[in-house]
Ligand binder design. Sequence first.
Ligand SMILES: *[C@@H]1O[C@H](CO)[C@@H](O)[C@H](O)[C@H]1NC(C)=O
Length: 370
Amino acid sequence: MMVVPTLVVLFCSIKHVVMLKAEWQKTHVPAVYQKATVTLENAHFEGKTNLKVTSLCGLDCHKRAQLPTYENLKEYLSYETLYLNGSRTLTDVEIRGFIAGLENKQNQRNGVRRKRHIFGLDGRFSILAKNFLFNYPFSTSVKISTGCTGTLVSEKHVLTAAHCIHDGKSYVKGAQKVKVGFLKSKVREKGRAINRINSLPEKSKFHWIRVKRTRIPKGWIKGSANDIGMDYDYAILELKRPHKKPFMKIGVTPPRGRLPGGRIHFSGFDNDRPGNLVYRFCLVKDETFDLLYQRCDAQPGASGSGVYIRMWNRQIRKWERKVVGIFSGHQWVDKNGVQQDYNVAVRITPLKYAQICFWIKGNFVDCRDG
Ligand SMILES: *[C@@H]1O[C@H](CO)[C@@H](O)[C@H](O)[C@H]1NC(C)=O
């Protein structure tokens, strides 16, 4: 007699799940924490800033690549810290509570092709109206002095792409005095606010805050870790002082099938529209464990933009946006023998979430819920 009501409940709950709006889900997050830190020789800043990262290792190449071992992962997630005075440290990490078998790497080597970042009709919108530009979520997009875009992810941390400060071999020239730019709402002249921001040179459209230290995962550094692509193209910049603006939290990237509408969004300072913040959204076409493949229109200045989505947060009973990826660059992908090009975003996997969160909070206890 008890069977019938149980079935009814089960049926209802399945129906409930199916009908539910897109919701942030608790994700198991391993602990990533520091084991040992050594001092390295001072940085040389010899790299050239190249905002156009292109990887020839596409989807199938990633798929064919060997699964990283636990030791590999510890290596990739170890990180370099660069200070204002040019000194550098390398921190080895320990990982606890990692569920193996989730790292299903995937990929494929293609011929060299011309880069293309705009797909067909340009689907980007310049955000010009001030009530949008200076309000959340657009106000969380900031300019990086090396030419990229970043996202405010705490009171004083900015998430961006690793290639914006390090070319894989060396820190880029501009990383020595890297600054973060906030769009000015007004320019003052003789004490009066004037409204001619658009006529200003690009640099003076922003007010700038110096970066105190930067962190990049060792997985980005060629030769010491993986060379297959963009999987570790992310960095955290810590500002010298708090920016006093709203910021966006980071979150673990859901699988493609759970992205609301299958879409991602990002805003960046595309370099074909100087001084403009450019917003776009698009469908994610494919994914690997570490990357999202999409055909969002983007120019290199948008590198480092935070890719975000909005879902329901049941705990606070509110819709909440979170950064779930970092826009990296371009890849040619061979799909069933047909060459296609994609723009690629780095996913925030549970491990990367643990690492980035540790960089922001300085401890792993506050990083358990992705
Ligand atoms: C550089 O700055 C870091 C962090 O503030 C400090 O620990 C280190 O001793 C400094 N190095 C030099 C050579 O001044």
